[in-house]
Design a protein around this ligand. Structure first.
Ligand SMILES: [Zn+2]
Length: 1011
């Protein structure tokens, strides 16, 4: 094990000299990378690993492209192109120097602009471990508000870039989440399955960090999935000492003002002795918090190294000064290093490490600064990111099913959306903590990517539709259905709608189309008539300023049945005759209680107030009193000048008082009901700017609540944070449950942390947790579940209650760098209106797992609609085109989800082959969630698909950059066990003969070739 540490400097030196000489023609010395390329350490000393690094936000105060070029430097002096230009030259000049690069979104931009000679030379640096990629995702994703599907995709995107261009030496060994605002256990689990050996991060709650520092437990084995995946999800994780900054006084960037090392005694300002002593003192302090003789110091910060020479020149001096003290008995040894070289030494130390099995949310850096506001900040961007992930999956699937070729340009089209999504996962993107102009830039990128993917879907349909040679008409897409606006359905009296279902099982799906007429005839792919209902569009919707130009007065509502991984085409035509069955009755509630009911649920509303009163499950008999209110907190208006004046802002949630405030009760006279054959609705107006529609569709097991909030008024000078609160009366003893990144469920206990004693004077903000897809409470018998359509913050502040924050508008900056108040003003400048949905379930605890797992999947992988203005009737269309098509020969088992289906990789390096596809299968249940569905599941993949069968199948790591058979992770000793370096890999045996076995919560990634 120690052999990797022995001095191999001699051989490396020769390579380096050679490199400098032949730099111009390019040099790819075949040195060693990875752990074998680390600079030597000195055993018996405190080895300080200086890690030169730059933290390059993929958008924050400036857009990603402005940061790349160094544009708009009056906002922030930052230009990534200069950083890479400058660092590379420094690395060429000295074999001992090291640098890590993290954000592939930037590196890819730079790389595409380099000539071959430079690329060759840089490959040489990577091959020798002098330039090392760490993390290697497209961006350093936020961990609180991201969905696992998008996390996996954005890492795969970055890792694939590195694999194609740098091979195995470009494969990052260490994950690096130094800036995200709290850390998710699910992220650790995903990282473990991507094959990382370790993870480092910078932000941990200040109380937790203090405890860890005094108990030398800054570093640990984090159990990413203790109840389901076990040891394969273990990930060694370390908390950095000083965030990701250098020791105070030792920042030598153009952006810093610390003294350089002045080491000529004949000149004024000589400080070398003092600097040396200061550094040794700092080392002593830091070493008190860590368990081994190795310390990591992050030498860099945001956008550092535009002039890398400054940093390296002073670090050279520091290393030489401090190491010179060794002759006088000093036991401190400095070296240029990287996080992986540091990690490797921790591993060598053969210590017993503490474990942790909960997460690091919420994060507070000061008593009044809980970073739980960003869980909700910019709700419309969060919604858009989730929706776009959905469409990206649809796009990739259809590209694969239609086997579009490079001549179709689809790979490039999809790349645009992949990159936009990669950028959007950044910890200042979907988190909502960027400047307004940058938020618009993220949305614009997503919109462009969507447009590119619409072309792909259109091209795929052109291949999949025709029975013979007839070319189908072009598809039109409706991106604004959430505000009942769609040109294709409004401007045509007759049109077709094709709906694609990205799930591996048949689904029924409710469609709502904005229309101008009052009656429509709808025909399904088999020529059968589809029952429908026509509802008026509410004034609330009509008044949304972004809806300008829409002519639609009504919504046409109907249910479509869709085949697994396939599409159906429907034929819709305005009818001259009024169809009685389609009509809706609209009325105003009046004193008497009113209930809406379907086959499964009943909801009762108070006739006097219009408010929800109770919910009953008609199958299980479970029944609860259920009140729902909309309330708001006033954001603390502090000027953030001192700690106690901390303002509520983009990051921080700090309510002025712990009590949330009610709106004026305007509900009663405004509450309407809408009744019809297919859907019952209650329209509630809680205030002039807060409204909601409660829906119960025929046969639905959930109640759908569509909330519309905004413009939040601020003319009283008060910022407001709007919540909805559900009060159920369930006895919950302070316990509630939230999901992590849409996947495993974490148990939360009010005013409690699993591994340390919480003391807090922020009882609301300190109990807020990220909700990506669901939050629930139960009394061991009855469970009340709220599902969301985007990431939001929420809590259970009283037993039996769930509150979820929907929208925030604030007037003060929280002084964490963004420099703007979170004040979204929308299209008309009066304040952004946000709209979204909650889905409520009430059932036994036993039944609830299946309900929320199935619904979670259906929400983020919803069917995708497109339209043509074809006047063809169903019969004519069906002669020419397939109108009901499934890509699967048989549906997937109920507990299996096909997480990924896409054309994959380039033709260069293993694990690519000709025509490879990437497929991920996932078991969507946790252990014990459902008596039948939580069991391991087995199925055959070979002949699963209709358009192709599988010829070969190779299992890869989750990030798809390494054959699983080649993965070997570092092993770590804990009190109870030694982690299993091959736990992830062992699964491969089960993939023989195309049989896929999935255990609860398992995701397996395969590269397949087709016959
Ligand atoms: Zn950052």
């Amino acid at each position: 094990m120690n052999k990797l540490r022995v001095n191999k400097g001699f051989a490396m030196e020769r390579f380096s000299v050679l490199c400098i000489v032949i730099l111009i023609t390019g040099c790819q010395a075949a040195g060693k990378c990875g752990y074998e390329s680390c600079n030597p350490v000195k055993d018996g000393m405190i080895n300080v690993h200086l890690v030169p690094h730059t933290h390059d936000d993929v958008g924050w105060l400036k857009t990603v492209d402005q940061y790349y070029y160094g544009d708009k430097n009056h906002i922030q002096n930052a230009g990534v192109q200069y950083i890479l230009d400058s660092v590379i030259q420094q690395l060429f000049a000295d074999k001992n120097k090291r640098f890590i690069y993290v954000e592939v979104a930037f590196f890819a931009r730079w790389w595409r602009q380099q000539h071959d000679s430079m690329r060759h030379a840089v490959k040489g640096l990577v091959n020798q471990g002098r330039l090392e990629f760490i993390l290697g995702g497209w961006s350093m994703d936020d961990e609180a508000t991201t969905h696992y599907n998008a996390i996996i995709d954005e890492h795969s995107l970055g890792l694939e870039f590195l694999r194609q261009n740098f091979g195995d030496c470009g494969r990052p060994r260490v994950a690096w989440q130094i800036d995200p605002f709290g850390h998710s256990r699910e992220q650790a689990s995903l990282f473990a399955h991507m094959g990382y050996d370790g993870l480092f991060f910078g932000r941990v709650d200040y109380q937790d960090k203090f405890n860890r520092a005094i108990t030398k437990s800054m570093e640990m084995v984090w159990q990413g999935s203790p109840n389901n995946l076990g040891p394969s999800s273990d990930l060694f994780s370390g908390v950095l000492y000083h965030g990701y900054n250098p020791p105070p006084g030792f920042c030598w960037d153009t952006l810093c003002t610390d003294d350089p090392i002045m080491d000529d005694e004949d000149m004024e300002g000589y400080n070398a002795d003092q600097k040396t002593q200061d550094f040794l003192n700092y080392t002593k302090y830091q070493s008190m918090a860590y368990a081994t003789d190795h310390l990591m110091m992050t030498m860099g910060s945001d956008f550092n190294y535009q002039n890398a020479h400054m940093w390296f020149k002073n670090m050279d001096k520091l290393i030489s000064l401090v190491n010179a003290q060794q002759k006088k008995g000093s036991k401190v040894n400095l070296l240029y290093s990287t996080p992986s070289c540091y990690l490797y030494q921790l591993n060598r130390a053969n210590k017993t490490w503490p474990t942790k099995s909960d997460d690091f949310f919420p994060y507070a850096h000061l008593p009044h600064a809980y970073w739980s506001g960003f869980y909700t900040s910019r709700p419309t961007l969060k919604g858009y990111v989730r929706q776009t992930n959905n469409f990206l999956q649809v796009c990739k699937q259809l590209d694969a099913l239609a086997k579009l070729e490079d001549s179709d340009n689809s790979t490039l089209n999809i790349q645009v959306l992949k990159e936009a999504m990669g950028v959007a996962q950044h910890h200042d993107a979907v988190s909502g903590t960027e400047k307004q102009a940058v938020a618009y830039d993220y949305a614009m990128r997503l919109s462009r990517g969507n447009y590119e993917c619409q072309k792909v879907v259109n091209d795929a349909y052109k291949k999949l539709f025709p029975k013979q040679k007839e070319v189908p008409p072009n598809q039109m897409f409706c991106n604004l259905l959430n505000i009942s606006m769609c040109q294709a359905t409004e401007n045509n009296k007759q049109f077709t709608m094709t709906v694609y279902n990205p799930l591996g099982r048949a689904v029924s799906h409710w469609v709502r189309l904005p229309v101008i007429g009052k009656s429509y005839v709808i025909t399904d792919p088999n020529g059968k008539s589809v029952p429908s209902q026509v509802l008026p569009i509410s004034n609330v919707t009509k008044n949304i300023p972004e809806r300008k130009g829409s002519l639609a007065e009504n919504e046409l509502v109907f249910q479509v049945a869709l085949p697994s991984l396939g599409f159906s085409t429907f034929f819709i035509k305005m009818s001259q005759q009024s169809i009685k069955k389609q009509r809706s009755v609209v009325g105003q509630i009046d004193k008497a209680d009113i209930s809406i009911k379907n086959q499964h649920l009943s909801l009762m509303f108070d006739g006097n107030t219009g408010m929800l009163k109770s919910m009953k499950n008609l199958n299980s008999g479970a029944s609860i009193p259920l009140q729902q209110t909309f309330q708001y907190y006033i954001g603390h208006p502090g000027n953030s000048s001192v700690k106690r004046f901390q303002a509520s802002g983009a990051y921080v949630f700090r309510p002025l008082t712990s009590a949330s405030l009610d709106f004026q009760p305007t509900l009663k006279k405004k509450t309407l009901y809408v009744q019809g054959q297919l859907v019952q609705e209650i329209w509630q107006q809680f205030s002039p700017w807060v409204s909601q529609v409660v829906r119960l569709y025929d046969q639905a097991k959930y109640a759908e609540l569509e909330w519309t909030v905004g413009p939040i008024p601020v003319n009283d000078g008060k910022g407001k944070e709007v919540i909805t609160k559900y009060s159920t009366g369930l006895q919950t003893s302070g316990v509630f449950y939230t999901d992590a990144n849409g996947r495993e469920i974490l148990k939360r206990v009010r005013n409690h942390r699993a591994t340390w004693q919480l003391k807090t004077s922020e009882p609301v903000a300190a109990n807020y947790y990220p909700i990506n897809s669901r939050v629930y409470i139960n009394d061991n018998k009855t469970q009340f579940t709220v599902m969301t359509d985007r990431s939001q913050g929420g809590s259970s502040l009283q037993d039996g209650n769930i509150e979820v924050m929907l929208h925030r508008r604030l007037l003060y900056d929280d002084n964490l760098g963004v420099g703007e108040a979170l004040n979204e003003t929308g299209a008309d400048g009066k304040g952004l209106i946000a709209r979204g949905k909650h889905y409520l379930f009430l059932d036994t605890v036993q039944n609830s797992g299946a309900l929320h797992r199935e619904m979670g999947l259906r929400l983020y992988m919803a069917p995708s609609l497109s339209f043509t203005n074809s006047q063809m009737k169903q019969q004519e269309w069906s002669q020419k085109f397939y109108s009901n098509w499934s890509g699967l020969k048989s549906p997937l088992p109920d507990n299996v989800h096909m997480l990924t289906l896409e054309q994959w990789g380039g033709p260069t390096i293993r694990p690519s082959a000709t025509q490879p596809f990437l497929v991920r299968f996932e078991h969507i249940y946790e252990k014990g969630e459902n008596s039948a569905l939580s069991k391991p599941v087995k199925f055959l993949a070979k002949d699963l698909f209709v358009p192709f069968s599988i010829k070969t199948m190779e299992e890869l790591t989750l990030g798809a950059n390494l054959p699983l058979a080649d993965l070997k992770r570092l092993q770590w000793k804990t009190k109870d066990y030694t982690t299993d370096s091959e736990a992830v890999r062992r699964r491969i045996q089960a993939a023989d003969n195309f049989t896929v076995i999935l255990n609860p919560m398992e995701i397996r990634t395969f590269q397949v070739t087709l016959t």
